[in-house]
Design a protein around this ligand. Structure first.
Ligand code: NAI
Length: 273
């Protein structure tokens, strides 16, 4: 397959969680591949920093300050992004939070907060994206010749799961349950929008060094990173760019026959705890 399979020139991407870590690295890489990237997050300052990186790399960025757990805000931002170019080719639903509490100490408000952001936030993004992609494809089919870019690239939706879906671990109830729900959403939606040509895949990273993992207390972080390095055949932890490349692969035509899958860039190990 030619390398042009990774070329996203002329396409529109929407990335949540784009103000930091994996979302930022993914937004920058998608822009470097040629996409116009709509960066969404609740951190406006971080969004501006990401947009600056994209522009410095010669790309095009737009920013949307929003809370992914607010359906109306997500709907409005995705509709605005799709309306700007008349299309939406890629949704990367990456925003998420970490939460750690033992099962016996987990409160309703913990569960609600994590599910609202890490599961419903992904669900809202997927729903808005799938609707925009289906509408753009219908319009392209009605108005354009069969070789139009729109008719050849119906859309790719990427969700962010975690290695936590493959293993239990102390404190992982809320986070792991939300990520398991993301996996179920991914597989279910893939079966429902496949007939439109739209692909839906999840990325389940291992331990990646980002501001999220940096917020762990130092001892826990050193323990987990040490475990990861020992367990990984590659002997290192992941960097945001490792995951961004997985996102680019799933966003691009290089993965044209891949849907309903969980891609595990984890250095060769399951998530350690
Ligand atoms: P991060 O903390 O660096 O970035 C997360 C971004 O999501 C932040 O910019 C934050 O402002 C945004 N965000 C959080 N809640 C939001 C909300 N309600 N509305 C809008 N934006 C919101 O974290 P990182 O590590 O880049 O994580 C990104 C995704 O990757 C998350 O879904 C995380 O669960 C997942 N992941 C991360 C792993 C890691 O080791 N870092 C491992 C496996 C999965």
């Amino acid at each position: 397959m030619p390398l042009t399979a990774y070329d996203l020139t002329g396409r529109t991407a929407f990335v949540t969680g784009a103000a930091s870590g994996i979302g930022r690295a993914s937004a920058v890489l998608l822009a470097e591949a040629g996409a116009t990237v709509h960066c969404a997050d609740r951190d406006t300052q971080g969004l501006h920093e990401t947009a600056t990186l994209i522009k410095a790399a010669g790309g095009t960025a737009h920013i949307h300050t929003l809370d992914v757990s607010d359906r109306a805000q997500v709907d409005e931002a995705v509709a605005t992004a799709a309306a700007a170019t008349g299309r939406l080719d890629v949704m990367a639903a990456i925003a998420g939070i970490m939460h750690n509490s033992p099962v016996l100490e987990t409160l309703d408000e913990d569960l609600d907060r994590v599910l609202n952001i890490n599961f419903k936030g992904v669900l809202y993004a997927c729903q808005a994206a799938a609707r925009a992609m289906i509408a753009a494809n219908a319009s392209a089919t009605a108005n354009a010749d069969s070789d139009s870019v729109e008719s050849r690239h119906p859309g790719s939706i990427i969700t962010m799961a975690s290695g936590a879906v493959d293993t239990g671990g102390p404190g992982l109830l809320c986070y792991g349950a939300a990520k398991a729900a993301v996996v179920q959403l991914t597989k279910t939606l893939a079966t429902e929008v496949g007939p439109h040509g739209i692909r839906v895949n999840a990325v389940a990273p291992g331990w990646i060094r980002t501001p999220m993992t940096d917020r762990h207390d130092t001892d826990a972080q050193a323990h987990t990173e040490g475990l990861m390095v020992r367990m990984s055949p590659l002997g290192r932890v992941g960097e945001p760019e490792d995951i961004a490349h997985a996102v680019l692969h799933l966003a691009s035509d290089a993965s044209a026959f891949t849907t309903g899958q969980i891609l595990r860039p984890n250095g060769g190990v399951a998530m350690p705890w």
